[in-house]
Design a protein around this ligand. Structure first.
Ligand code: HEM
Length: 393
């Protein structure tokens, strides 16, 4: 074992650029013990994929983050439940998030994108992270949940502040806990107000119906709704930020980001996800003793599944450190694998395909104006600001 830590998931170095450490992990320490946090890390594609598939050995029931972020969302968060109860609650949400049903929201996603673009159109300098990529996913998920328009500004601000994670911190602040309680009270009121039949066509309505049918309990509203907000907001924001950044720096040309309908091609979206996974890693806890790479892990070991490292594994992808928009990167693990595979994938893809197409056609040319900063998070890799100068077309 090396004397200096090879990798620390919450260090400033990992926040800045974790990829050199991932390469060392994959090549030299495919199962690595991070002493500072008492966690193990899996970094190769085959190991992460296999681990995620084996939910019985690698359990989510003791939370999937680190430190006191574990189980922050509370009861009902399907991400932190194992089957069979996981499957029962996932089915409450699943029908609305199917690809076929999500396509019905395309008009809403496009008009939400245009609504945001109108607010800055005509300006010569725009922060596309704060004014677009951070707002579109929240607006979209809140509209699908059923949050009344008048409450969207407050819920948006509260949600964003609650999820703020300073680098080096492995736990939420007292303020984050306060905001969490405020949001939970609000969501519970929204669901309770929809109970008793005649359910509206929104997620709160779906949950109200499931409670009335005895499928889920009132105390599970908190975890299920907070998870949807967190999972729907930060990750998609981060994907779109990476795309905007690549355009603003000239790393990709806008012609590469248009299919025959003028939308972002699915393959390009896959490649951005592979290249810089929005959720870098999540963890599991072993339910029995197991041996990996010659090391015996005791029961109760927390193991990080580093999606972002798996996606750069040269054992799986040729030229893994290069962004190649024409490659087939669809087997990347950015949306996870197995029973917890991302429920929101069709929505995330819709937002990236249609929302970004709206932005690109409204802003024919822009370049980076200043150094962008990344989100103060150790799990989510995305941009907090992306100031651009708009060039005349
Ligand atoms: C680019 C955008 C997104 C990425 C990269 C992403 C990534 C992920 C990953 C890696 C997981 C697996 C978690 C685990 O194994 O523990 C997951 C689960 C989940 N995602 Fe996403 N996500 C995205 C967008 C969304 C959106 C837009 C929504 C919803 C509205 C959403 C809702 C969920 C939910 C509810 C789960 C938990 C599923 C379960 O435990 O059964 N995600 N996501």
């Amino acid at each position: 074992m090396p004397t200096d830590p090879v990798y620390d998931p919450v260090s400033p170095e990992s926040h800045e650029n974790p990829y050199p450490a991932y390469e060392r992990l994959r090549d030299e320490f495919p199962l690595y013990y991070v002493e500072a946090h008492d966690v193990w890390a899996l970094s190769r594609y085959a190991d992460v994929k296999q681990g995620l598939r084996d939910w019985d050995l690698f359990s989510s029931a003791q939370g999937v983050e680190l430190g006191t972020y574990v189980q922050f969302f509370g009861p009902g968060s399907i991400q932190e439940l194992d089957p069979p109860h996981h499957d029962v609650l996932r089915k409450v949400l699943a029908p609305r998030f199917l690809n076929r049903r999500i396509k019905e929201y395309e008009g809403m996603v496009r008009s939400s994108a245009r609504e945001l673009i109108r607010e800055f159109q005509g300006e010569t300098e725009v922060d596309l992270a704060r004014q677009f990529t951070q707002k579109l996913p929240i607006l979209t998920i809140f509209r699908i949940l059923g949050i009344p328009e008048s409450d969207i500004p407050w819920t948006m601000q509260t949600g964003l502040e609650m999820l703020n994670r300073p680098p080096g911190e492995s736990g939420p602040s007292p303020r984050a806990h306060e905001l969490r309680s405020e949001l939970v009270d609000y969501m519970v009121d929204q669901v309770q107000g929809r109970r008793g039949g005649d359910y509206p066509d929104d997620v709160f309505g779906d949950i109200a119906q499931a409670i009335d049918a005895g499928i889920m309990q009132v105390h599970e509203i908190q975890g299920l709704t907070l998870l949807l907000i967190a999972a729907g907001m930060e990750t998609t924001t981060s994907l779109m930020g990476t795309i905007v950044h690549s355009l603003a720096t000239g790393q990709v040309r806008r012609e590469e980001l248009r299919d025959i309908h003028g939308d972002l091609p699915a393959g390009a979206i896959d490649e951005f996800l592979r290249f810089d996974a929005p959720a870098q890693w999540l963890s599991r806890v072993t339910t029995r003793e197991t041996e990996i790479h010659g090391v015996t892990l005791p029961v109760g070991s927390r193991v990080l599944m580093i999606f972002a490292s798996a996606n750069r594994d040269p054992r799986e992808f040729d030229n893994a450190d290069r962004l190649i928009l024409t490659r087939d990167g669809s087997r990347n693990l950015a949306f996870g694998e197995g029973v917890h595979f991302c429920l929101g994938m069709p929505l995330a893809r819709l937002e990236a395909r249609a929302g970004m197409a709206e932005l690109i056609s409204a802003m024919p040319d822009f370049g980076l104006a200043g150094q962008p900063h990344r989100y103060p998070s150790h799990v989510i890799r995305g941009y907090e600001n992306l100031l651009v100068t708009v060039r005349a077309s």
